[in-house]
Design a protein around this ligand. Structure first.
Ligand SMILES: NC(=O)N[C@@H](CC(=O)O)C(=O)O
Ligand SMILES: [Zn+2]
Ligand SMILES: [Zn+2]
Length: 346
């Protein structure tokens, strides 16, 4: 008989974009409706490059939530060529900044201010290792001659392998992994190296983006890969290896910016995230591994206590709305108009 209800520790999201301004109240409330904590990405315009900016952003997020909300935004700094070791120490001392994000310049949305040469930030990475501040990595090379489907694999070979050798004490999360090579790299690395996996990369391959018409709402970075890679990600997520944990990479862009001659990368999943992961785990016959992946391994890696509250997932169909209002604008969530088998009572 199939499971009808799952009671589990409240999950955390180790990679999310809440944006800012008008949208913030809806994005923050969507995240808080499911997750106890979330690692908040710093790729705002302008990016969150200092502790001072991170604390101000933290305050705006808290103000966007209802009074008494238990949701905890875990802030991050955006690494640039000019980040100083002192800024890392300040960030650590704040108690609110939990990681530093590396965007190779030009790799993704709002990454223009990112790092242009990794060898230039070695002193900052050493300071991070020293104070136990994890580095979160958008792992794609940006060279135009490298095929977009190979950019993650090449980043690992050219940059990550040497970086983890130079800084073996640095905690590192390869974000939103999309390839068998990334899963392999993480599972073979020390316990200092982990990865987040999105629901969409567990559920979709590149045919869902490109076959039978181009589907801009399935476009994200790193771009969806072929089916064998999706299968490798599912295998990693359900493996019980504590190096793999949940990170939605929920990244809203208004409908007009997605359905365009040059559409933006990013998929919005925050409102139905845990149900989407439940479908992926159920398809792999591994619902029993969901709690560890969604609610235990990330907290353990970040050396934070596991949550004590619980949520209940019920086998109760729900239809994902065709559109979601986000601060007066509209986004199309993943699988808009389709039915999910699971509903979350949180
Ligand atoms: N994942 C995406 O496709 N987009 C993210 C940026 C990122 O995480 O790379 C965004 O901020 O829109
Ligand atoms: Zn990214
Ligand atoms: Zn992201």
């Amino acid at each position: 008989m199939s499971t009808t209800s799952i009671k589990m520790t409240r999950p955390d999201d180790w990679h999310i974009h809440l944006r800012d301004g008008e949208m913030l109240s809806d994005t923050a409330n969507d995240a808080a409706s499911q997750f106890a904590r979330a690692i908040i990405m710093p790729n705002l315009k302008p990016p969150v490059t200092t502790t001072e900016h991170a604390l101000a952003y933290h305050q705006r997020i808290m103000q966007a939530l209802p009074q008494g909300s238990q949701f905890q935004p875990l802030m991050t700094l955006y690494l640039t060529n000019n980040t100083s070791p002192d800024e890392i120490i300040k960030a650590k001392q704040s108690g609110l900044v939990h990681a530093v994000k590396l965007y190779p310049a030009g790799a993704t949305t709002n990454s223009d201010a990112g790092v242009t040469d990794l060898s230039q930030v070695d002193d900052v990475l050493a300071a991070m290792a020293e104070v136990d501040m994890p580095l979160l990595v958008h792992g794609e090379v940006t060279e135009p001659e490298i095929d977009i489907f190979d950019r993650e694999k090449v980043f690992i070979e050219r940059h990550l392998v040497p970086l983890t050798q130079r800084h073996s004490n640095l905690k590192l999360v390869l974000e939103h992994i999309t390839t068998a090579q990334a899963a392999e790299f993480v599972s073979q690395s020390s316990n200092n190296v982990a990865a987040t996996i999105t629901a969409h990369h567990l559920l979709l391959n590149r045919n869902h983006l490109l076959a039978g018409g181009i589907r801009p709402h399935h476009y994200c970075l790193p771009v969806l890969k072929r089916e064998t890679h999706r299968q490798a990600l599912v295998k990693a997520a359900i493996s019980g290896d504590s190096s793999f944990f949940l990170g939605t990479d929920s990244a809203p862009h208004v409908i007009g910016a997605k359905e365009s001659s040059c559409g933006c990368a990013g998929i919005y999943t925050a409102k139905h995230a845990i149900e989407l992961y439940a479908s992926a785990f159920e398809k792999a016959d591994a619902l029993n591994q969901l709690e560890a992946f969604a609610s235990h391994f990330g907290a353990d890696f970040y050396q934070l206590p596991r949550n004590t509250q619980q949520i209940t997932l019920q086998r109760k169909p729900q239809i994902i709305p065709a559109e979601l209002p986000l601060g007066g604008q509209t986004v199309r969530p993943l699988f808009a108009g389709e039915t999910l088998d699971w509903s979350c009572n949180s």
